[in-house]
Design a binder for this molecule. Sequence first.
Ligand SMILES: [Fe+2]
Ligand SMILES: [Zn+2]
Length: 446
Amino acid sequence: MLTSQVLRVTARATSSLLLPSTQYAGKTIPRTVKMIARSFQRSTPAFLQQPTQRDGFFEAASCKHITHFEVGPRSVKVEFFDGEPSEYPYVWLRENCQCSSCFNASAIARAFLLEELDLTITPKDVQLLDGNIHVEWHDGHVGVYKGDWLHHRSFKPAIRAAKRSHYMLSKELWSAKFGIPEISFVAAFHDDQVILDWLVALERYGVVLIKGAPLRPKTINQFIDRLGFVKPTHYGLDYELKTEVSPNNLAYTGCKLGLHTDLPYYDYAPGTTWLHCIRQHEGKGGDNDLSDGFFAASVLQKEHPAFFDFLSTKQIYFQDQGVAMYRFNKLTKWPTIVLDNEGQMQRINVSSQSRDSIMDLDVDEVFTFYEAIKTYNDILYENSIRVKLQPGDILVLDNMRVLHGRQPFDSSTSVGCRHFHNAYIDWDELRSRRRVLQDRFGIKFS
Ligand SMILES: [Fe+2]
Ligand SMILES: [Zn+2]
């Protein structure tokens, strides 16, 4: 069985939702559930093992010997054995000298200080020895720059793009015909190669459904501990969703919950939301609505550019107050659609529940805000999917991107019945884990 086949999708899925084997750089990794069980017998969790090579993904490559070089006024141009040229500024070479006084290899950290850096530095001598560049500087310092090392740090666009994808995988946006990638709990929990599969799926699609988890609270805490650590909030490390008589959150009622992201009133909102269904409401309702906030925002940008501009620039207050682990009073402000400095979508903040009634807007802007947010909300629902989680299901969501809501259910017949358990983990930890596993298995993704 190919690793990618462990991930399957629901009936509405299209083939593009499966991770094609070509994304594994031609590698096919046969795994079985039996092998999964054996891999869990290791005494030291594999992800705690030290990498054998610094920055493994980026370092692992064919030998890129340098065959020629040309000294210029501000940089050296080199040519690798395959004829590929690349150029390196002297100021960059000096700061990135890899000798033990300039770079602490055990800390994987630069020891060289900016105050020591001469912006106009030029070399006294450059030599090519065994395919590597040796640079003698005027202060007597000598730096050795290996061909492979230089190639990985090339300033050429294609090589910079490889680093960008290692930082963050490209996303596949989806709409109403999407089928959620599914994976079995046993495989998802125990096998590192399968963990890599579903982490990649989560990063690309923003949602993964894990099936067959044990029906006990704290299961997701144990799961998250395999990956990194739980993100605590004022609700603690985790919380249980059961219908309550005097709820401190609408989630504890049976009413409909509109599509939202969790905890937008945090500056550092949780990167991913984990919903573990231990017991589902029997009867109508209780389904989860899901929508790709980035897809809906891209539709909004195309069809209503003024609304997109408004929602991506005007900040709105989000608040939450109450008592959970302690008395809390959270307040922050965010645009609905957060863009990075290149105009790429980074984070969605939507929650009618916790959007503040105090708005730092002019009256005219208030009208525009409501037009824009209702239009966005309509697009979100038009392109949403609905799933009714079953006991043993764990729904993992990219809380920066995928919104979730809940269909109403009759709480009078459900008190003490519908039982969900929730926890969070940040993307820093999940992407870190994905990179560690990629390095170990020598797998590249675009
Ligand atoms: Fe929520
Ligand atoms: Zn040095």
